[in-house]
Design a protein around this ligand. Structure first.
Ligand code: N01
Length: 548
């Protein structure tokens, strides 16, 4: 293992301080793999660190039963290499986790990426050495390296929340977490299982666990809207038609706000401009089509409460139609926030699961969980006996993974201090005082509200253009200016206020993590507008950034 000391300050022929690497990439998920590929393609010496023992990021860790994507895999896949997108065959419309992981392993092999990835290695610190304009990076394995650039491909949903109830150590059964699911299959046969959390992860695994377990208790704090996933084997004719002209599909995605609606393009109409009959037919058509296309039915659904009321009422009615016991149905129907303001889920038989005799729904808002006991959970006045307890309680989304690393920029200022009141960045890409440290699909960018694979490709390409620009113009560093950061924060907040997102308690605003500042995290102006801004900033010499 090469472990140079930080004081090694030999110089390269171009006069720049010599570093172990040109760039460090943190994370080997979709973003990190592509970043590593692009850096190497232009001849830069790069090293990627990945905490997992394999590639995949989110798709490496979240192996729970039923884990699957809710964007069509022909779209939720890399677009950068035509041969890759032609040769890979998806077996279903929405790939399940094992298939996405196989795909990412294939990508790693195909582009020979593994030789520059250190697996099982977590980056713990990244300190900026101002004198040498280099990042000093340390890992939990004691590796210490320097690099001119850091690409933080750390993911938006990669820092799972801790178990927030006392007593976990006393539990005599097995505790599982959807975000750290074991590699070996878990057999629930004959067991009494409890699951806390009814977001996308819970909603995907609950139906499958219910089929196997002797009994399943679902502990629900807030009901979620979920639409039928409509997953099915890949239609060969559809696959053929996409592959015959993949470029057109990618062009549509890149020129759209969400990057997922190649087939069912978002409507350009407003919900209240059409008759109730037309609206009903449109909602029904999209409901039957399955997937997240449903919430693209009309352009104003997430900005106009009256428009939103129409889709909320439709989705509420669908839940009531599926669940036989009216009391259980009422618990499952979200009533106090607009449809889509919390992340929409997609399921296969979720609501129907509550018609099973071996499934019980417990409303933990009415009867809070007090503690984990040796044999189960104490909830309200009741002790519920369990053999297995699963936590599907979500993530410290969008900021958690970055803030878990001890990052220090100019003047030893910590990243955590800089983002104390919420994330500050120019375009979500860089922060003031943290030169040459790039963030992919982070807060302040469309991020989780755009097709993440294409969003990551876009950011990596932007970063690569930026690095090329620095070298062409003889700059050592680039970073956001304080002023641009404040302006961008105002822009993101202002656009956020024009939407209905603030009307729900969600991880989009950090509400799910106790003590986290309430700030709208993703940029809600749509990818098209965001991309135009980023492209124009790059084309005009990086205003809002300081180049030295
Ligand atoms: O996490 P979540 P997730 N006590 O935060 C509850 C993506 N994803 O892992 O709403 C009791 O959505 C919490 O309740 P509340 C997708 O972007 C995608 O399911 O905070 N309950 C909620 O019910 C998704 O949004 C896919 O009141 C507690 C649940 O736990 C994101 O990942 C699949 C609690 C957490 O839901 C996160 O999804 C999976 C507590 N202390 C994930 N803390 C697909 O592509 C939290 N909860 C389909």
């Amino acid at each position: 293992m090469d472990m140079p000391s930080f004081t090694d300050a030999s110089r390269r022929p171009d006069g720049r301080p010599d570093a172990t690497y040109d760039a460090i990439v943190v994370g080997a998920g979709f973003a990190g793999l592509y970043a590593l590929h692009r850096l190497r393609q232009v001849g830069l010496k790069a090293r990627c660190y990945e905490a997992g023992e394999g590639v995949g990021g989110t798709w490496y860790w979240n192996r729970y039963p039923g884990a699957a994507c809710d964007i069509e895999s022909l779209e939720y896949s890399y677009s950068f290499d035509e041969a890759l997108q032609q040769e890979w065959k998806w077996s279903t419309r929405f790939a399940r986790q094992p298939e996405i992981l196989s795909y990412l392993n294939h990508v790693a092999d195909r582009f020979d990426l593994r030789r520059d990835i250190r697996f099982g290695t977590r980056v713990t610190t990244a300190h900026f050495d101002e004198a040498r304009a280099l990042w000093q990076v340390e890992t939990d394995r004691g590796e210490r390296v320097t690099a001119r650039f850091c690409v933080m491909a750390t993911g938006c949903l990669s820092s799972p929340k801790p178990i927030e109830y006392p007593g976990a150590d006393s539990f005599r059964g097995r505790i599982l977490r959807t975000a750290y699911w074991p590699e070996a299959p878990v057999d629930f046969t004959g067991l009494r299982v409890g699951i806390v959390g009814t977001g996308s992860s819970g909603i995907q695994c609950i139906p499958l666990i219910a089929e196997q377990a002797q009994h399943l208790t679902v502990f629900q704090r807030t009901p979620n809207f979920s639409i039928p996933a409509g997953n099915r084997p890949m239609d060969p004719e559809y696959e053929r038609s996409v592959k015959a002209d993949y470029a057109s599909l990618r062009a549509i995605e890149r020129d759209s706000d969400v990057g997922i609606c190649a087939r069912l393009l978002p409507e350009t109409k407003r919900a209240l401009d059409v008759s109730p009959e037309e609206r009903e037919a449109e909602y029904q058509r999209r409901w039957e089509a399955g997937g997240l296309y449903f919430y693209c039915s009309y352009v104003d659904l997430l900005v106009d409460r009256a428009a939103n009321d129409t889709i909320t009422a439709f989705a509420q009615r669908k839940i009531r139609e599926k669940v036989r016991d009216p009391k259980v149905a009422e618990l499952l129907v979200p009533k106090d926030y607009p449809f889509g303001a919390k992340r929409l889920c997609a399921d296969t038989g979720y609501y129907e699961t509550f018609n099973r005799d071996n499934v019980r729904l417990v409303d933990i808002k009415a009867s809070p969980i007090h503690e984990i006991t040796p044999t189960g959970l104490r909830v309200g006045d009741e002790q519920i006996e369990l053999d297995v307890l699963i936590f599907a309680t979500g993530f410290d989304a969008m900021t958690g993974a970055l803030l878990n690393i001890d990052i220090r920029g100019r003047g030893e200022r910590t990243f955590a201090e800089h983002w104390k009141q919420g994330p500050r960045s120019q375009l979500g890409l860089m922060s003031a005082g943290f030169p040459n440290l790039f963030i992919t699909t982070g807060p302040g960018s469309p991020s989780v509200l755009y097709n993440m694979v294409l969003g990551n490709e876009y950011h990596v390409d932007w970063i690569m253009d930026c690095i090329a620009y620095l070298d062409r113009h003889g700059h050592a560093t680039i970073e956001a200016t304080q002023e641009a950061e404040s302006d961008w924060r105002r822009t993101v907040d202002e656009i956020g206020r024009q939407t209905l997102f603030g009307a729900a308690s969600s991880w989009y605003l950090g509400d799910n993590v106790p003590g986290k500042p309430r700030v709208i995290l993703p940029y809600l102006g749509g990818f098209r507008a965001y991309k135009r801004t980023c492209d124009s900033v790059a084309a005009s010499g990086y205003p809002g950034f300081a180049l030295v």
